[in-house]
Write a protein that binds this ligand. Structure first.
Ligand SMILES: [Ca+2]
Length: 292
């Protein structure tokens, strides 16, 4: 298979795969492929109601017959989360926007209580993301709000070592999802502007009640210029923890597309960069880039 054909075929395969698993919200494609994530984003609205339920382990939750009582408590809970956010956030959740609002209970740190992440989508490119931590009295405080348009709240996707069943994991219990002792999460942000669409990945963690962003990078960027040219950047990362210092490898490929066919222009060069970011002082810090 020629590389040009491969570029076109892979997103189509991933799209088919993503659609087939979207009915099972607990499933994720293996690895961390951004093209698959982009495809999943289009089906996010269909799975949001299932994810809004406060379950610690969605993969193990058994299907339950909806009841009036359950529906009522779910409605009460979303109102409660809305109220906790609105008490402190600059960007508040209006009552008539709740259908575009969703949240998830998640273990963000080492205390046994679950924390909360939440998002609202305002348009295809605009949204907001919230992280809340539990206070001793059982209410929740806003740790951060970010102007990120988040397609989904599957925040552990980056960790390819993660197994739902810990019997299969090679990671010591309690260390899953950690990098340099920090429990790391990925949040995607679909952004852009006129003629441009960008997916960013943000890696972050909570430490001593503070939100820390450890890294961010472009996963997929498609843009066109008024002259009619079309460009695309495809990026991806992998975290390697086999040595004394965790390393984040990031590579991106830039190319020009035929605006009519969407295929890479054979006349344009394909440029790939590789960056390595060592995890130092709590962040993946910039290091030398290599080009080929
Ligand atoms: Ca906790």
């Amino acid at each position: 298979v020629k590389p040009a054909n491969l570029f076109v075929a892979v997103p189509a395969l991933l799209l088919a795969f993503s659609v087939s698993v979207s009915a099972d919200a607990a499933s994720s494609p293996p690895g961390n492929n951004q093209a698959g994530t982009a495809a999943l984003a289009d089906t996010a609205s269909a799975v949001v109601p299932a994810k809004a339920a406060p379950v610690e382990a969605p993969a193990k939750a058994s299907p339950k017959t909806p009841s009036v009582k359950a529906a009522s408590s779910a409605k009460d809970e979303i109102r409660q989360v809305q109220a906790w956010i609105n008490a402190e956030a600059k960007r508040k959740i209006a009552d008539d926007r709740l259908e575009d609002f969703s949240y998830r209970w998640i273990q963000l740190d080492d205390d046994p209580e679950l924390e909360l992440v939440a998002k609202i989508n305002d348009s295809v490119r605009l949204g907001h993301f919230y992280v809340l931590d539990r206070r001793p009295n059982g209410t929740y405080a806003l740790l951060t709000e970010q102007p990120w348009n988040v397609p989904h709240l599957d925040l552990e996707r980056w960790d390819y070592n993660h197994f739902d069943n810990l019997n299969w994991s090679t990671i010591p219990s309690g260390e899953e999802g950690k990098v340099g002792g920090k429990r790391l999460f990925e949040t995607l942000n679909k952004s852009g502007g006129t003629g441009i669409s960008v997916y960013y990945a943000h890696l972050w963690y909570i430490e001593n009640g503070k939100f820390v962003e450890a890294w961010q990078g472009t996963m997929l960027e498609t843009g066109s210029v008024p002259g009619g040219q079309s460009f695309q950047t495809i990026g991806q990362y992998q975290i390697v923890q086999t040595g004394p210092v965790p390393l984040l490898y990031y590579w991106k490929t830039m190319r020009e597309l035929d605006p009519d066919s969407g295929k890479p222009l054979s006349s344009s060069s394909v440029q790939t960069e590789v960056h390595v970011f060592p995890f130092e002082n709590g962040r993946f810090t910039s290091a030398a880039a290599a080009k080929n």
